[in-house]
Write a protein that binds this ligand. Structure first.
Ligand SMILES: [Zn+2]
Length: 302
């Protein structure tokens, strides 16, 4: 298996979910061993590697920070790039936050499709998990376990008639991500809107980029999937796992987790080099194996 980048430069623009700031995002090809690197083109191209060592504060979105330079809401873009197996890319942005677009990863998948993927002449390196690493906190938990492929299992449970218990389990690759997760949108509860606004968050939030759950239903039309919420949480999880910095060979199980737990897992994993090994093994399994999806029945159907 060889490293990849994209073939052509592509761009989009839009507002950030939390800051409401308008930004232009450009995906630019990068040479082998670059990794996934954000460049703040409004700050002389200041580079922030998509890596656990640059995780800043994390609450309702994942933010990276390096030498005081912040970049917010990286997870949906990174989920698309990571799932598509793009090892090397520059993500040029002229603002503090990645555009939220429609709240899912589908617009980023369309950008990647337009750009095309290019194989480079350097062997891909994987981070292969050797022993379990777990983070447990107040009934929420996340763990990563040895496996020959990149697999996630994500369980959510929200006390809401449209959500309840939902679970997604799958081997992650470009095809499964596109089909199962990429279109699932961000969501929030109507009752959280004012508190979030008073915290200075969701200034760019609207019915065009987030599903808003009222007490009994959904404010903005039909869902894309009955279990869109569970799917979106799995999308978020993969976007945060991209911060490992290399393709993963391991199985991740998340139970009522969120960005804080996801990024804690990444930090704990990276901090313990006895729990993994870096390998270029061809039989490593990426792209191989079957996809499975299990989803608990939900009340809404689409
Ligand atoms: Zn999200």
């Amino acid at each position: 298996m060889f490293q990849t980048s994209i073939q052509d430069t592509v761009e989009t623009q839009g507002i950030g979910l939390h800051t409401g700031v308008h930004g232009k995002l450009r995906l630019v090809p990068a040479p082998a061993d670059t990794g996934i690197v954000f460049r703040r083109v409004d700050l002389d191209g200041f580079q922030i590697e998509a890596h656990g060592s640059n995780v800043a504060r994390v609450s309702y979105a994942t933010s990276l920070m390096k030498h005081g330079v912040l970049l917010s809401t990286t997870e949906h873009l990174l989920a698309a790039i990571y799932s598509c197996g793009i090892d090397n890319i520059y993500l040029d942005i002229d603002a503090i936050e990645v555009p939220i677009l429609d709240g899912s990863a589908e617009p980023f998948m369309q950008m990647i499709d337009k750009a095309g993927i290019r194989k480079l002449r350097r062997k891909r390196r994987y981070l292969k998990v050797k022993k379990p690493v777990e983070v447990v906190e107040d009934g929420r938990r996340i763990g990563i376990y040895p496996a020959d492929e990149f697999r996630v299992r994500c369980y959510v449970d929200f006390p809401h008639p449209m959500v309840g218990q939902q679970e997604v389990e799958m081997v992650v690759n470009a095809g499964s991500f596109r089909q199962v997760l990429s279109r699932a949108r961000t969501f929030c509860f109507e009752s959280d809107i004012e508190p979030l606004k008073s915290m200075g968050l969701i200034r760019g939030g609207s019915l065009d980029n987030a599903i808003v759950l009222t007490k009994a239903g959904v404010m903005n039309g039909s869902l894309r999937f009955a279990d869109e919420f569970g799917r979106h949480k799995a999308l978020d999880l993969i976007g945060d796992l991209a911060l490992v910095g290399l393709p993963l060979l391991g199985r991740v199980e998340a139970r009522k987790a969120g960005h804080a737990l996801h990024t804690q897992l990444v930090s704990q994993l990276l901090a313990d080099p006895t729990s993994w090994v870096i390998t270029t093994e061809e039989q490593a399994g990426a792209g191989r194996g079957s996809r499975t999806l299990r989803a608990a029945p939900a009340t809404a159907a689409d």
